[in-house]
Design a protein around this ligand. Structure first.
Ligand SMILES: NC(=O)c1ccc[n+]([C@@H]2O[C@H](COP(=O)([O-])OP(=O)(O)OC[C@H]3O[C@@H](n4cnc5c(N)ncnc54)[C@H](O)[C@@H]3O)[C@@H](O)[C@H]2O)c1
Length: 258
């Protein structure tokens, strides 16, 4: 499987590169990153054994691949979609912070090219979401749901894409998402899901879903200890969609195959 990493000079891009080197049948053929002037126009391993060219923008790429894995930012979306469509390349979108308009565009685009999208490619996080859905089904509406997410002080978007993914998967028609209760007067309504963000230090990513009931509290929690979990998930996603026909795929589809 030949892969181009978009955002290859970032924390996650470098992790995907490193993880891909350990996998058989997986080759990083190029990178895309707007930071070419700072880091140069190649990405390589610590021993300079493996080297791949890096382009500043998808429109400059002159190399074919099976899948693009994107860990850059929503600003790269338009050029990535254009490149993927022109060359019929499957796309694994892992960056977060997209607007609703961009999400609609991605869905529309997936009618032509296979697109895998997930704000969190950790298998365990996605299992946690599955367990949370079952918990809500069994515990019913007697339990209030609150989500707490913690990330490093370099993260630019809040709440995290994962916290939003969790909230959406637990939402019903009348659910109201409440962000940060400061300046909100009055008692909590039972149709709310509260979302709270903490930013500091080098926290890699923690998500907690609290089900608070009458006299008891039940918590599901995931702690990311290494970025490798997301890189492994993204590479599995690439493997999963590389031979799929056009359509929109998520970690739920991937988990259903396990
Ligand atoms: N899906 C997941 O499991 C998962 C896990 C971790 C992080 N993320 C998301 O992935 C993204 C990257 O995270 P990170 O921690 O590696 O960030 P980072 O800031 O370390 O890296 C981002 C890289 O992308 C490049 N970039 C940004 N916009 C670009 C553009 N328009 N064109 C070309 N290059 C561009 C930057 O130069 C940078 O090198 C974030 O949105 C983050 O929330 C997703």
């Amino acid at each position: 499987m030949e892969i181009i990493i978009c955002g290859c000079f970032g924390k996650m891009g470098r992790e995907v590169f490193k993880t891909a080197l350990t996998r058989e049948n997986t080759k990083i053929v190029a990178g895309i990153d707007r930071n070419v002037k700072k880091f140069g126009n190649v990405i390589k391993d610590s021993e300079n054994f493996y080297v791949a060219p890096v382009f500043e923008n998808a429109s400059q790429v002159n190399i074919k691949c099976d899948v693009i894995i994107d860990f850059s930012s929503p600003t790269a979306l338009d050029s990535l979609l254009e490149f993927a469509k022109k060359n019929s390349i499957a796309l694994v979108i892992c960056a977060t912070g997209y607007t609703q308009e961009q999400c609609d565009l991605i869905h529309e685009f997936s009618k032509n090219v296979p697109v895998f999208m997930s704000s969190n490619t950790s298998l365990a996080v996605n299992l946690l979401i599955k367990l949370a859905k079952i918990s809500k089904q069994i515990l019913g509406n007697e339990f209030d749901i609150e989500i707490i997410e913690k990330h490093h002080n370099q993260k630019v978007d809040a709440p995290s894409g994962t916290a939003m993914m969790m909230a959406k998967s637990l939402s019903e028609k009348n659910t109201e998402l409440v962000f940060n209760r400061t300046n909100i007067e009055g008692k909590r309504n039972s149709n709310e899901i509260g979302i709270h963000c903490i930013r500091g230090g080098t926290i890699k990513g923690e998500h907690e879903i609290i089900f608070a009931g009458l006299g008891e509290c039940f918590t599901l929690k995931h702690v990311a200890e290494s970025r490798e979990i997301f890189a492994r998930g993204a590479l599995s996603a690439a493997e999963f969609i590389k031979s799929k026909s056009s359509g929109f795929y998520t970690m739920t589809d991937l988990m259903d195959c396990l």
